[in-house]
Design a protein around this ligand. Structure first.
Ligand SMILES: [Zn+2]
Length: 424
């Protein structure tokens, strides 16, 4: 069976086209719904390849009863023989006449990102001698991976500025087919960077005066149609540097979203945008100092608090059990308090808890003049309700859902009393 004629090769701006169904196959059937693949004798739908995603759209046809039907094309893939398959939910008969309509905003966006990538790769190569290793067109951002780097921030900014100057110059982008031998001599002369392995004529995409590239994707007619190119972030990857970029209307949407976020930040910090880095730096330093001070105050307070608890709960028959339940106390403070109390007060066992939202934090600890194992008691009582936790012989902790706090406390206290009875 002959493969579909790819209409987008000759005219990437073709939005609708007549065709005939050349082949139909059932792909899968789940819960009574079938997925089908349709091949057409000619198509303008682009199948995923070379980093550019597939087109979507519809196939319009007339049913045997004379009604007009519209079948959404959900994705498009090419197979190893070069046949283009349109993924649909309804079959059509072989030979049926259809009219294909591609989702134009989606395709135009892809062409803006893809043509922008040709330009960006060419400028990175020319300015920083960094060849592009791979390209990915994502739903939100696109990326190229460059060999080499890292690149200074001002170099990245220069590449972005040069790309936008070339966009403003509105240079032509044209396609021509050359015999493979000619493409190979261009490769040898350094005018091309790489060639696809397949035989036959090669499609060359030329950005006037800037770049030649062998490519089977869809492209704009001139750099001006890219609109604008915005570089976002760079990150180190195993082979070099990954550069995030957006082009065209997508770049405007991204910049709009960034500007909205920035204005929320300037309002929250009551500072102009240019001052934000310094303000954030100051806030970070203040927060670090405050955290240190809070830790010091916690420790000081815990000493007083421990002394008060020791007075509130006197030793009776050689034993002091301090049982306290709080709400919304900082777990870190409770840990410090538990540690200070068991160090400062002899014959002391404590059971502390604090609820925060749906969970409660529990500590069981003892002074060193006892020898039973707090970690084991905590582990065993938590295990009874299917939870995990534990700790050392003199200090154990765990977390429980709030409704299970009261039963857990009862079990821990019961286990404690029998541990004390055995150990005396
Ligand atoms: Zn291309």
């Amino acid at each position: 069976m002959p493969v579909s004629e790819r209409l987008y090769h000759a005219d990437s701006f073709l939005q609708s086209f007549p065709a005939a169904v050349a082949d139909v196959r059932e792909l899968s059937r789940t819960e009574g719904e079938s997925a089908w693949q349709i091949a057409l004798d000619r198509t303008s739908f682009y199948p995923t390849s070379g980093g550019q995603p597939y087109d979507t759209g519809v196939l319009r046809a007339v049913s045997s009863g004379g009604a007009s039907i519209e079948i959404p094309v959900e994705s498009v893939e090419e197979d190893e023989h070069g046949q283009v398959w349109h993924f649909v939910r309804k079959p059509l008969a072989v030979g049926a006449r259809v009219e294909g309509h591609i989702d134009w905003p989606r395709r135009f966006d892809h062409m803006q990102q893809h043509t922008g990538q040709h330009l960006l790769s060419a400028v990175f190569l020319r300015e920083l001698n960094a060849p592009t290793v791979s390209f990915h067109l994502g739903d939100i951002l696109s990326t190229i991976d460059l060999a080499g780097g890292p690149f200074a921030h001002h170099s990245i900014e220069r590449v972005e500025r040069l790309c936008n100057e070339i966009i403003a110059e509105d240079r032509g982008v044209c396609m021509r087919k050359v015999p493979r031998a000619e493409a190979e001599s261009m490769l040898a002369a350094g005018e091309l960077r790489k060639l696809p392995e397949r035989s036959g004529d090669i499609r060359l995409i030329e950005i006037d005066g800037i770049d030649h590239n062998a490519c089977g994707g869809t492209h704009l007619h001139s750099t001006g149609q890219i609109g604008v190119l915005l570089l976002r972030g760079t990150e180190k990857v195993s082979r070099g540097v990954r550069v995030e970029f957006v082009c065209g209307l997508r770049a405007v949407r991204t910049a709009r979203s960034d500007a909205t976020i920035l204005s929320q930040i300037t309002a929250a910090l009551s500072a102009p945008a240019a001052d934000i880095p310094a303000v954030v730096e100051r806030l970070r330093a203040e927060s670090k100092t405050a955290a240190k001070e809070r830790k010091r105050l916690h420790e000081e307070l815990a000493d007083y608090h421990a002394a008060r608890l020791a007075v509130e709960v006197p030793i009776e028959r050689n034993l002091r059990i301090v049982d306290r339940a709080w709400k919304d106390r900082d777990p870190e403070y409770i840990r410090v308090l538990a540690s200070r109390l068991t160090k400062a007060a002899p014959s002391t066992i404590l059971l502390f808890s604090s609820e925060s939202g749906d969970t409660a934090f529990v500590i069981l600890a003892r002074s060193l003049d006892f020898n039973f194992d707090c970690g084991q008691i905590m582990k065993d009582t938590l295990a009874q309700i299917g939870l995990r936790g534990g700790g050392s012989a003199d200090f154990a902790q765990g977390e429980v859902p709030v409704p299970q706090l009261s039963p857990l406390r009862t079990s821990v206290l019961a286990a404690l009393r029998s541990a004390i009875a055995i150990n005396r």
